[in-house]
Design a protein around this ligand. Structure first.
Ligand SMILES: *Cc1c(COP(=O)(O)O)cnc(C)c1O
Length: 401
């Protein structure tokens, strides 16, 4: 096939992809044929799925399937326009109120997804002349949001509140609008941010503290209220919290939660919430049902914790290097990209889907298998994964250290 691309673009694109191939970093999505659940069919092969963020097993929950079908019959498929034009449905309003009630905050603003929420919040609240200080290991969307904002952007050593404070101390006094941002649970490590210490730093520095609870909401805290509740802090200890609805909620979308004045301002300032079509109202409706499960189904969190314990105990006994995580994200640290890819491939051949996470998503030399657990995993499935890992210890554990 001949290309209509200009020659210089053709060669740049080909070279860019070739470099990814050479480094084992080329990515492409695998298509699944089944529901998103703890067993999925991929290219005709059934696999035990240990890489989704469906921590509470809600993505395939029959009650949610029924709720979505009912909602589509009532409210149709698409929102039709942006929320500030004519796309805001009563279901969106009800979901926002119920999320605010759950978190004990005054108001919530919905976003298309978590990436947009982080982009919108940081570009809406900070700009040239302001400063954003954030954890080195924060999610890519927070890094991108900070860069897009044009604010001075400083990163501090992972989970180190005193390093955060030093960053603030290095800023000129003239910078009065300061933002502190952290993941609540870190997406590639699974550890929990030192939220109580960061609250103190933010207060001392007069900084607005924003917490991204993508992997915390639903998973930790009372009624799944995330890392603030987990740290036994008051609901308003962190002024702005971001949640995604595509992980523990099992659906799609995201929201920012906080005091009314802040949410009202975001409605005016967060361009990725303004110049975009509203979430399908049926998704808002089904998310209201998902929220009931998140709040009330403590048994799902209990089962998830039991599954985490089963995996950690087994993997540590075999000598694998796990990270200090008490959440659903349980990475096996490997180091070099080629070994992580090879381990992922060996597990796949044995019927277990665990994705290998490599640079640039994680720092060079810290490639890992990102095992994620769900309340929906059976103990047999976890035992199966541990058996497969046991077969692979001779080859992969001698490589370490
Ligand atoms: C997944 C994730 C996001 C993005 O959320 P989406 O709804 O998937 O776009 C943002 N922050 C963190 C920490 C995440 O893990």
């Amino acid at each position: 096939m001949t290309s209509s691309l200009p020659d210089n673009w053709q060669s740049w694109l080909v070279n860019t992809l070739a470099a990814r191939d050479r480094d084992g970093l080329r990515r492409a999505p695998a298509s699944i044929d089944s529901m998103q659940a703890t067993r999925v069919q991929r290219d005709g092969q059934w696999l035990a799925n240990f890489c989704s963020n469906d921590y509470l097993g809600l993505a395939a929950e029959p009650a949610l399937q029924d709720a979505l079908i009912d909602a589509v019959r009532r409210v149709g498929v698409g929102a039709g326009s942006a929320s500030l034009v004519c796309g805001h449905h009563r279901e969106h309003a009800a979901l926002s109120e119920e999320l605010a009630d759950w978190l004990g905050v005054e108001a919530v603003l919905l976003f298309g997804n978590g990436y947009l929420a982080n982009l919108g919040v940081l570009t809406g609240l900070a700009g040239r002349g302001d400063a954003i200080v954030q954890d080195r290991l924060n999610h890519a969307s927070l890094i991108d949001g900070a860069m897009a904002s044009g604010a001075k952007h400083l990163r501090y050593a992972h989970a180190d509140a005193s390093a955060a404070e030093q960053r603030f101390a290095s800023l000129p006094e003239s910078i009065s609008k300061r933002v502190l941002v952290s993941d609540g649970v870190f997406s590639m490590d699974g550890d929990i941010a030192p939220v109580a210490d960061l609250v103190v730093v933010a207060k001392r520095q007069q900084a607005l503290f924003i917490l991204d609870e993508a992997h915390a909401f639903g998973v930790i805290g009372s009624e799944g209220r995330g890392s603030v509740s987990h740290a036994t802090l008051a609901n308003d200890a962190v002024p702005l919290r971001i949640g995604t609805l595509g992980k523990a909620f099992g659906v799609y979308g995201a929201f920012a939660a906080g005091p009314r004045v802040l949410i009202d301002a975001l409605q005016q300032l967060a361009r990725p919430a303004i110049y975009t079509t509203a979430l399908p109202p049926a998704l808002a409706a089904v998310t209201r049902v998902a929220l009931k499960h998140v709040r009330n189904d403590q048994w799902r969190r209990d089962q998830l914790q039991a599954n985490i314990a089963q995996f950690r105990t087994g993997a540590l006994a075999q000598g694998w290097r796990l990270m200090s995580s008490e959440t659903a994200i349980q990475p096996i640290l490997i180091g070099d990209t080629a070994s992580a890819n090879a381990l992922s491939a060996e597990l796949l051949a044995r019927g277990f889907w665990v994705s290998s996470i490599r640079p640039p998503t994680v720092p060079v030399g810290s490639a890992r298998l990102r095992v994620t657990l769900s309340s929906a995993h059976s103990s047999e499935a976890i035992a199966g994964l541990l058996n497969a890992l046991a077969e692979l210890t001779p080859r992969f554990l001698s490589n370490q250290n």
